[in-house]
Design a protein around this ligand. Structure first.
Ligand code: FAD
Length: 141
């Protein structure tokens, strides 16, 4: 089964607290690890950007479940396809919190200073994810 990557963005339906983000991460890490799925979740106060990588069947199954989750809506695929290597192989679901450093990194790949993944090209999104993967590795060592 080919290694497949799904990248999507979505919008919050309401303000959710850090507890809910931490619940999402806990469930994600447990479920994804069981299915050898890795990825990253980026969240600011309005939008989610998430990357899932693993077998085609697993990432599609998880993505379909995520799309039914009423904590967010308007999920839009930004990139989908087979890949030769994982970007987030070390994490069942890494989390990138919204910090000044995150904002600065994102600004390199966006046409405006505000983070709006719906406005980003697939190419910019993948480059952003590559950079975030490197930053996560560096910050853990
Ligand atoms: P249940 O928790 O029983 O869920 C049943 C249904 O209710 C599902 O459709 C679920 O989406 C929805 N749901 C669950 N909790 C709530 C809530 N508090 N408010 C509204 N609806 C709710 N899961 C993963 O396994 N891997 C991931 O990488 C992942 N990433 C996510 C990213 C985002 C941005 C969000 C919002 C959710 C993510 N989830 C992820 C959670 C996922 O949507 C499911 O809640 C989870 O996988 C458990 O689903 P379930 O059907 O087993 O069980």
């Amino acid at each position: 089964m080919p290694l497949t990557r799904i990248v999507y963005c979505s919008e919050l339906v309401k303000n959710i607290g850090s507890n809910e983000i931490s619940d999402i991460l806990d469930v994600s890490r447990e479920n994804n690890a069981k299915q050898a799925v890795s990825g990253v979740l980026l969240f600011n106060s309005d939008y989610f950007l998430q990357c899932l990588e693993g077998s085609r069947a697993a990432v599609n199954r998880i993505y379909c479940r995520i799309c039914c989750d009423q904590r967010h809506h308007n999920a839009q695929l930004l990139a989908y396809g087979e890949v030769s290597q994982r970007l987030f192989g070390a994490w069942s679901m890494a989390y990138v919190p919204w910090t000044e450093a995150t904002r600065t990194t994102i600004a390199q790949y966006s046409s405006s200073t505000e983070f709006n993944p719906y406005q980003m090209s697939s190419e910019s999104v993948i480059k952003l994810l590559e950079e975030l993967g490197q930053l996560l590795l560096t910050s853990e060592h």
